[in-house]
Design a protein around this ligand. Sequence first.
Ligand SMILES: Cc1ncc(COP(=O)(O)O)c(C=O)c1O
Length: 377
Amino acid sequence: MDLSALETPCLVLDRGKLEKNIASINQRMATLGVNLRPHGKTAKNIDIVKMALDGQPGDITVSTLKEADYYFSHGIIDMVYAVGVAPVKLDHIAGLIKKGANITILLDSIEQAKFAAAKAQEHGLTLPVLIEIDCDGHRSGVTLDDPLLVEIGRLLHRENGVTLEGVLTHAGGSYQCQSVDEIRAIAETERHTAVACSEVLRQNGLPCPIVSVGSTPTANFAEDLAGVTEVRAGVYMFYDLVMAGLGVCKENDIAISVLTSVIGHQKRKNWVITDAGWMALSRDRGTASQKVDQGYGTVWTLKGDPLEDLIVSATNQEHGIISDRSGGALAWDSFAIGSMVRILPNHACATAAMYDRYYVTDGSTEITDVWHRVNGW
Ligand SMILES: Cc1ncc(COP(=O)(O)O)c(C=O)c1O
């Protein structure tokens, strides 16, 4: 079947680009001498995650328990649930552990540690725990100089039902970097902070076998990962316009796109109207704060070639407006009613989350596979 026969909007995945992106990060990790724990939150699909695990130990990261259930049902045992744990989810996690999964949870407070220990004792099992470290003020976590780090460590070490496995940090600040040099610097801060926290724990007689770091930008530009035991990243599998704007990839590396139909022309305004609005593209405007604002996405042909200077400049729920960056006239012959174009996403995780499946191509317009996604919670 050909892409042109699909009902739009829908999500297209270029397998060749996916494989190249995966191989490139795996090569980097091998050079740096560290394992990759791919993040399953971007793909939310087992076929893709299995490809990402090629040459790696087989452990993954998840962002929802739905992903954990799904990946476990496809044979993946070892998962870090890398979102600070909510007490209400502990029964679910305990259930997965009883079935044989090895789920490590993440926390950064005494309260969460106490909830986890109590729940584990109630279920008669042991919950492995990582302490979340804040390396760049991006979101959550304990800072290197905070005595809470050792307090949580001591509690986990002392209590029955929980084991202190180590520390985890995520340099989310890397998404706001203005240059590749800044990404290199933040990668070193990410590494240094995590390793220093592990040393603080060890100096206090506490175990810290895992030192986990990662984001797609820092995974791409870290120059040294001494002391780190694993890197987590997910967006690298697909990449997106935010990553291209950061200099982490080229626009041509982006493996997913939204296929959309032309449904109208506003020739007075130099607009092409499509059936991919924000429900199809997501409302993510991550490139708005970058040097080049890509609107809701750049426009490529059905065959997968860039249409220079065209972006989705505005969206409604089910309508997208394509225009030239400069507002100039469009080549109307290229946008016949019913013809199709592809939109490259600002943020791959957000755009892919709008779909329940990928239409996989081999680089042409022929569909070679249909792979499902596990959305929701
Ligand atoms: C805890 C954690 N680890 C790793 C990642 C992966 O980073 P990226 O999305 O840049 O691949 C994320 C992304 O949100 C995350 O929250």
